[in-house]
Design a protein. Sequence first.
Length: 388
Amino acid sequence: MSPRYSLMGRAAIAHPVFLTVFSLLTSFAPKLYAQQSAPKVEVLEMKANELRQWSNFSGRITAVERVDVRPLVSGRIEQVMFSDGELVEKGQLLFVIDPRPFEAAVKQAEASLATAKARARLTGQDLQRSQELLGNKLISQSRFDESLTADDVAKAAILQAESQLLNAKLDLEYAHVVAPIAGRVGRAELTAGNIVGAGANAPLLTTIVDHTRVYADFRVDEQTYLHLAASGSESNTMPVTLSFGDGAQASGDGTLKGKLYAFDNQLDSNSGTIRARAIFPNESGRLVPGMFANVRIGSASKRAEYVIPERAIGTNQDRKFVYVVDANNTVQYREVKLGDQIRGQRVVREGLNSGDRVVVGGLSRVRPQSTVDPVPVDNAAELAANLQ
């Protein structure tokens, strides 16, 4: 470069106007650089939420009412009067066992009763005559006693014939197998033409289960049982919900609500659990016995809790922490103690206060004491969906 241009360059730099511009740029450069380099992160402002404490259990659906239909008389099945899986009413005819032998037994019992009544009339008349003759001293006391005994035997024969007729009619009634309860009937285990017998080894004809309500049987650990039992009269106010094994809700309206029904009368010392049972409506008939179910029981009352998403929580060896943005938009490391886990959300017992801004998004771009550009987020909809 020539000396002339070198001198002109130095003069230009030394000019007061250039010095002023250079000074301004130098003073604002760090601030502009800091603003451009500060990463955007999502922050959630802490607000206390009124929450229930929920406990989750695995169980099985069982029937409130279930009946094994078996024959009470022997004979040949003539008709099957239902379709497999049909909804039946109490008293509805299901099977017809050949009724002709029982009809004949009824007629025979009726004839025996008529004979007994005729004999009783005769012995009654004979007793009346013997009593008159005894009064006139025309027969002996022993002859009168014979007439009296004959009359008593005839009356007893009537009672015996009546009981035989009752049994015959009962057998005829049992030949028409009806549904003892209303519900959904299973398949016919035996079809028309099969011979069935009565008694302890009677074959199974079909089963009926009540489809309007079901039990959910599950086991509760000792600590949870003590907590629930301590609620006492408040147990009726504990919300109980049911979902299927794949996580789907048990009804189309979002949840199937029931109530806590009963606990068993003793604790299993081997597992440290006690059997429990909740009852749920099942008008749609969608729930069937044997189905796997997830049961959730909520506490009777609510309490104020801070809740954050699981993604906002970090782990440092055995400690849990979150990043909090202070008033100067500086990231602060904060240790926390956690509570219940509720479907992607976590209750924070200690470490956070109302108004704290917790980083919930963009965690990979922040470090303690770094400056960030916080973007507030609202998790009200997420809480409403997960913390019912």
